[in-house]
Design a protein around this ligand. Sequence first.
Ligand code: SAH
Length: 354
Amino acid sequence: MTATVTPTPALLGKSLEELTEWVKQQGQPAYRGKQLYQWLYHQGARSLESITVFPKAWRESLADYPVGRSQLHYQSLAPDGTRKYLLQLRDGLIIEAVGIPTAKRLTVCVSSQAGCPMDCNFCATGKGGFLRNLKRHEIIDQVLAVQEDFQRRVSHIVFMGMGEPLLNLPEVVPAIHSLNRDVGISQRAMTLSTVGLPGKIRQLAEHHLQVTLAVSLHASNQTLRQELIPSATKYPLPVLLTECRDYVEITGRRLSFEYILLARVNDFPEQARELARHFHGFQAHVNLIPYNPIPEVDYQRPSQERIETFRRILEQERVVVSVRYSRGLETDAACGQLRAAKSQRQDASAASNP
Ligand code: SAH
């Protein structure tokens, strides 16, 4: 038998029962579990040392124990109120999360990976490559960081930050459960966005979550889709759409499609008609996302007129459609503009240039 060394797991992400078990293992009475739970999820404790209801000697002996909170490295504020956070993880990697306020909602756009391996050619995240999967506590922490900064409860979560969540289901699914159970956010107020990978949408369906699935389609046929999304080569459009239908059937949840609009690439009227044909007999909602510019590629956002024409054709074909303008464009906090960083140095100049 070989012994495997597992790193100390962070406390954030554990349920009340698991935390109670943990304090008992530490030789403490069970009620300390409830205190720990309260301080972790509702009082913003960043270390065990800061939990003043705990005995001093115990707190001090556990001062370095990983609670699971990341460090706020840098924050920017866009004129529309969107706030972007650069969070530094324990191993030094820097990831991004975005807080998007409206009168009634506070939405957090969370990252599920540092970087992304999918390499979609219109997205900034993929340009920096893939660094690693995020742990569940690193996902939950993003929500708590935004909630604390806004001093307001987060109402909605979208997994639309960096990374491909379906490549990190073993951490994303427990993070969703904890955000629901421990942070108190309804699963129905969470949206998970994916570019789709063979078998993965069905795998997600089997978790029977109540989240909304958003599938990044971006093209009306296989040829164009695999030009824009290299991974689509191994995932023919009809197979993807069949898995989407299965998802709706298995979960009883609705599903939406995202379609980034790139001028003179995928915004022609005949492409709108071709797109609509995929949805016959399918209760689909289509979100059109006008392209947000990134420096590495020279795509253009279509004119208002072309966006409207595309939308109208889908409506005429009885597809439920909306146009979603991303928030935070001015500070590179919008969809597709997030990037991971490997070292602090890279972002030090940004921090001095608010
Ligand atoms: N990997 C997941 C989630 C991250 S991207 C996915 O692909 O769905 C979240 C959304 O932002 C996706 O719909 C993605 O296609 C879109 N997006 C990426 N780059 C963009 C850009 N430059 N402008 C507008 N939307 C973009």
